[in-house]
Design a protein around this ligand. Structure first.
Ligand SMILES: C[S@@+](CC[C@H](N)C(=O)[O-])C[C@H]1O[C@@H](n2cnc3c(N)ncnc32)[C@H](O)[C@@H]1O
Length: 253
């Protein structure tokens, strides 16, 4: 299992070389205990959205308080805006490592900082270098420093799915991660893009699902009918739904 392979290696090395310290009360017993939790191969990892409820351990966007200097943690990357919580940055790193995506589609480029971050992450974590395609209507705001050989910006008005370039989508290699951080026509866009996704691909809906209102609950019913399951390994890694995408780290079955 890719996410926990380091733990397994540590467990073997510790047992072989320091058997006394791996026993209960030993210096290393705690890390041995964690290894079984970190292993993502648990049978209850994937859940139907309708079975999840909306409990949230903590509201990710309220932590830390944006009005304080440390609060927003600056939310920049290489000087450019990258509006993601520390939790979600960490979750994406793990997902990119685990899935080894060939394509990341980002809806909502803003200044290009998040696309740049995704491209850098892919370049260090993925064996086969793919690409990031970032879509926004306001592409004039993209900074000239958001340049990366694996990153391409597209000017698209997401309020109409016919604006997507279908030829581009059918030719992008899989696995995919789609990140909806624009929240424009969330479920029409999901319905359109999900037809291009293959089994094992991911679709993350940031921010909007924190509302958990009728639009979201009805929309996630559609998501479920489209054979997507919530990957609780990501939604609940730091506590139930402690992410800006509650119930919305979705994997196509
Ligand atoms: C929350 S920001 C994206 C944040 C960015 N991904 C990040 O993590 O830093 C949302 C973006 O959606 C874009 N947007 C708003 N309406 C849009 C539309 N109709 N089509 C495409 N993009 C749109 C805005 O221009 C804005 O850049």
């Amino acid at each position: 299992m890719k996410l926990a392979s380091g733990y397994r290696a540590f467990w073997e090395a510790a047992h072989k070389n320091y058997p006394d310290q791996t026993k209960p009360g030993g210096n290393l017993d705690w890390i041995i205990a964690i290894s079984s939790i970190v292993n993502g191969e648990c049978s209850d990892r994937f859940a139907k959205p309708s079975e999840r409820g909306w409990a949230s351990y903590f509201h990710a966007k309220l932590f830390p308080n944006r009005s304080t200097k440390v609060g927003a943690l600056a939310q920049t990357y290489k000087g450019l805006l990258n509006i993601k919580t520390p939790f979600d940055l960490h979750l994406y790193t793990r997902l990119i490592w685990e899935l080894q995506p060939q394509t990341i589609l980002e809806l909502g480029s803003l200044q290009g900082g998040s696309g740049l971050w995704f491209a850098d992450q892919m370049s260090v974590l993925c064996d086969n270098k793919g690409g990031v395609h970032s879509f926004d209507i306001n592409t004039e705001c993209i900074h000239e420093d958001a340049i990366h050989p694996m990153l391409k910006f597209h000017q698209v008005d997401l309020s109409d799915v016919s604006n997507f370039d279908q030829d581009l989508l059918v030719n992008l290699p899989h696995p995919w991660i789609v990140v909806d951080d624009a929240n424009i026509e969330i479920f029409p866009v999901f319905s359109y893009l999900s037809q291009f996704l293959l089994s094992g691909d991911y679709y993350v809906i940031e921010d909007a699902t924190m509302r958990a209102d009728k639009e979201i609950i009805d929309g996630l019913e559609l998501v479920e009918q489209s054979r997507f399951l919530v990957d609780t390994y990501y939604t609940d890694a730091f506590g139930t739904n402690l992410t800006c995408a509650p119930n919305a780290w979705l994997r196509k079955s």
